[in-house]
Design a protein around this ligand. Sequence first.
Ligand code: NAP
Length: 307
Amino acid sequence: MAIRIALVGMGKIARDQHLPAIAADPDFELVATVSPHHAGVDGIPHLPDLETLLTEGPALDAVALCTPPQVRHALAMTAIGHGVHLFLEKPPGATLGEVVALETAADAAGVTLFASWHSRFAAGVAPARDWLARREIRSVRITWREDVRVWHPGQAWIWEAGGFGVFDPGINALSIATAILPRRLLLTEALLEFPANREAPIAAILGLRDTAGTPVAMDLDWRQTGPQSWDIEVDTDAGRLTLSEGGAVLALPDGSTRQPDGEYPAMYAHFASLVRDRASDVDVDPLRLVADAFLRGRRKIVEAFDA
Ligand code: NAP
């Protein structure tokens, strides 16, 4: 029987990716949507808030939370309280403590918790991890530079405390790096640039090392116009591996491959298998590195940002 799922937070990612992925997956049936202001979908019950959905809406097995991170924990705890399986958009919470508490609560309630990292499902990521497992890694360079005006127009939450600023995309890079590199990463230094009128950074330079001392440099910037960069370059004893376009394109010393985008269909297939197996998938490593950058980083106030 299909998993009856509701989508909560009908903003950009719910519409761009979750709706089509659910519609194409016979393991799921969309039974409701929730959003305080955005409209729902023709023919599907639409509720203004999660509590109303869970008390008055159609019967369901799971919810996918596509809200900003600041409200995710309270919504997730409400869903767990009703015994509902949970698919969380990234990042899984606004703090590490929230995610740990959720994991404990989901476990106690016997529900699946999938703290998703969509970039880990990009086509080049698994082959990159397999190729690197057999190499000696010498250095890593991550460049994640995009135009915030293009990708996050009108998103006030992203600039507020707990909205992550440039780490909203930057955590995607960290989710890939922590998946493809064989050893744990430690943050050694950071410089965070905050616009004078914002609570979240617009740019950051991070210095990391893996546990063997291999240097990992990361450059995040939201002021990039023209060509955008979502690249990870890894220098090894066998030459350079480059993952570009957010993990979609993998270039190895003997050639380059590009696969069609399938991140969200693959995530829903994974979620279905977790629900069937009564298992959870929660990895806070990317979030921990962002938290460490906020803990350890020097701060610089830069020019005010106006959208
Ligand atoms: P968005 O367009 O601002 O949408 C967020 C939605 O959450 C809004 O529609 C808002 O609903 C809803 N919401 C806020 N508080 C709520 C609450 N208490 N209950 C129910 N719904 C609530 O943001 P987004 O770009 O889709 O991003 C959402 C999350 O997905 C973020 O964590 C982001 O990092 C992640 N993500 C985004 C992208 C992307 O390309 N945009 C890609 C991957 C992951 P109303 O408007 O109805 O108030």
